[in-house]
Design a protein around this ligand. Structure first.
Ligand code: CAA
Length: 457
């Protein structure tokens, strides 16, 4: 087993600076490297800000903060990495840049040093072969915010020495993280499942199917997720999101789920990158807009919707303009479905009625699965396809989504609790509406339903 005493981090953006903190918290000496003084200063400020906040919240004593920061040496360039036992590269997500950095690391680092990339979606194999030691290269993929999220995806290539993988596993344990070891496939486990869902969420807003705020509320309250998808994209950075999607689309068989929504590309071009630029889907530092007041004195008829469009049920009545669909999730959320004929007054009445009953209403168009199931079911289907491809196990996939993205349950736990047959019937309805191959129900799901089995039992 390798002994890790000193480690290096190259690139001190959000992820790199977070990884520096993770290492220093675990008592390791860290050499933190950037390309020039201003970038180095930004990395230092990130570390100081994060550790000062931990002190202010009573999570870290001032002495421990000083000791933590004292373990970090900030350097411009890579010459200072000569003696470290492992380096994590966290520079922007461009293959040519990463290959150049790894070429330089080959020259500077001692032969026994492990070289790791924090790439989100690029090929670790292509990065490894640009070094003098492809067998000592692994992916170490952390999740944002690095000090908080427990998952590290350990990516081994066909040439990675198994001893290096074992060392990486042991290191993750020392950092208080859970390492999940997987092969070199675009998006690995978590991003491959997360970004199809995030991309679809952007499309929904782009097409006016649901508003930004309603979409995020639906996934928090109806999906139980820690953040809505647009808030999460703002945290990750829209530029990072776009890079990940483009890479997965090219490397992952041009799956329509990973074809970046045009709105995402336009926002990146316009410099609306999320939190880091002060504006993305949301504007930061600005108070939230007050919700529109509901008109008084209108009425609506409700139908409880299944997988099918509501307009069919509405046309069976003598006043389809007063019909809305209503789908209640637990005791928090109500999806209010407006058809092509529903009047504004009927929608307003339905919204008011939900609010009176203590439910948060979200208004959406008349499509299969509405917001929550239309986003969750294809994500569950993607997880089944990943299992079917033998890329990762049920446990690893569930772990990855819980520990990497803060989901309350993993996709297979969710599939079993909803019922595979319900998910399959929802997927069939979605696929009828959008008959893209990437949205076809996974054969393994069909087989499981036929066999009357669950995934985890
Ligand atoms: N740095 C350090 N600590 C942070 C932090 C940051 N940037 N942001 C939050 N925290 C800490 C807080 O200090 C707090 O710690 P304690 O519980 O010890 O007090 C804890 O996290 C919870 O924070 P908050 O109470 O302020 O906020 P919250 O409860 O809303 O949690 C969250 C914030 C942890 C970010 C949560 O919303 C969450 O899990 N969101 C999902 C994040 C996610 O999906 N990440 C993965 C993105 S994909 C990726 O990163 C991969 C890629 O390649 C792009």
């Amino acid at each position: 087993m390798a002994e890790f005493t000193a480690v290096g981090v190259v690139g001190l953006g959000t992820m790199g600076a977070g990884i520096v903190e993770v290492f220093a918290r675990a008592g390791l000496r860290v050499v933190a490297s950037e390309i020039d003084e201003p970038a180095l200063e930004r990395g230092r400020a990130h570390l100081t800000g994060s550790t000062d906040r931990a002190v202010a919240r009573g999570k870290l004593s001032p002495d421990d903060r000083d000791a933590l920061v004292g373990r970090v040496t900030f350097v411009v360039g890579m010459a200072g990495l000569a003696d470290v036992d492992l380096v994590v590269e966290a520079v922007p997500e461009r293959l040519d840049l990463k290959r150049r950095v790894f070429g330089e690391l080959s020259k500077v680092c001692k032969p026994s040093a492990i070289l790791a990339s924090n790439t989100s979606s690029l090929s670790v194999t292509e990065i490894a072969v640009s070094t003098d030691r492809p067998d000592r290269v692994v992916g170490l993929h952390f999740f944002n915010p690095a000090p908080v999220m427990k998952l590290v995806e350990i990516v081994r290539t066909v040439v990675t020495d198994p001893a290096v993988v074992a060392d990486a596993q042991a290191l993750c344990g020392r950092l208080g993280k859970v390492g999940v070891t997987i092969g070199d496939r675009a998006g690995f486990v978590a991003n491959a499942l997360l970004f199809g869902y995030l991309n679809q969420a952007v499309s929904m807003v782009e097409h006016g199917f649901v508003s930004r705020d309603d979409l995020d509320a639906a996934m928090r309250l109806g999906g139980g997720l820690p953040m809505g998808p647009l808030t999460l994209l703002d945290l990750i950075g829209l530029d990072v999101g776009l890079e990940v999607l483009d890479t997965m689309y090219e490397r992952g068989g041009r799956n329509v789920r990973h074809a970046a929504a045009p709105l995402l590309r336009q926002m990146v071009t316009a410099g609306l990158l999320g939190r880091k630029t002060g504006r993305g889907f949301y504007t930061y530092g600005e108070s939230a807009a007050a919700p529109d007041a509901a008109p008084v004195g209108s009425s609506a008829d409700f139908v409880t919707v299944t997988d099918e469009p509501v307009i069919g049920a509405a046309m069976a009545t003598d006043r389809p303009s007063e019909v809305v669909g209503l789908f209640v999730h637990g005791d928090k959320l109500a999806e209010v479905v407006r058809t092509v004929l529903t009047s504004d007054a009927a929608v307003a009445a339905a919204v008011a009625s939900c609010t009176e009953r203590g439910l948060v209403p979200v208004v959406c168009g008349d499509r299969s699965g509405r917001v929550v199931n239309a986003l969750l079911f294809p994500y569950l289907n993607d997880a089944v396809k990943m299992l079917e491809a033998s890329y990762a196990t049920v446990d690893d996939i569930d772990h990855a989504m819980k520990l990497g993205c803060g989901y309350p349950v993993g996709p297979f736990e969710l599939l079993d609790s909803i019922g595979p047959e319900t998910v399959l019937s929802g997927l069939r309805a979605l696929h009828r509406e959008t008959p893209e191959p990437g949205l076809a129900p996974a054969p393994l799901l069909e087989q499981l339903v036929t066999a009357g089995r669950r995934f985890r039992t």
